[in-house]
Write a protein of this length. Structure first.
Length: 94
């Protein structure tokens, strides 16, 4: 497993992009999970594209805005993306 850390927002909240150690054959995108995308979905998307990664899921650890701020944009930009979080966080994220 490989983990890329992005510091996002004014507070430098950590976002993580988790991918497998081995890439798929050919030029297929690497499957990824994004953890706590913060408020800068554009930076997260840029990092994913630079890594040739396609997110399969977003995991939110809790509902503070510096962790959930970018989730709506990511869900819009990546159709079919699964959101994983608690019921309380889901209510606050939508």
């Amino acid at each position: 497993m490989a983990i890329k850390t992005l510091e996002l927002g004014d507070r430098g909240a950590c976002c993580y992009v988790v991918t497998p150690d081995t890439a798929p054959a050919g030029d297929q995108p690497i499957p990824a999970v994004v953890i706590d995308p913060g408020g800068e979905a554009g930076r997260v998307t840029a990092a994913l594209k630079q890594m040739n990664a396609k997110p399969e899921a977003v995991f939110l650890t809790h509902s503070h805005v510096d962790h959930i701020g970018g989730v709506d944009d990511l869900l819009a930009d990546w159709p079919g993306l699964t959101l994983m979080c608690s019921a309380e966080t889901s209510r606050r994220a939508s």
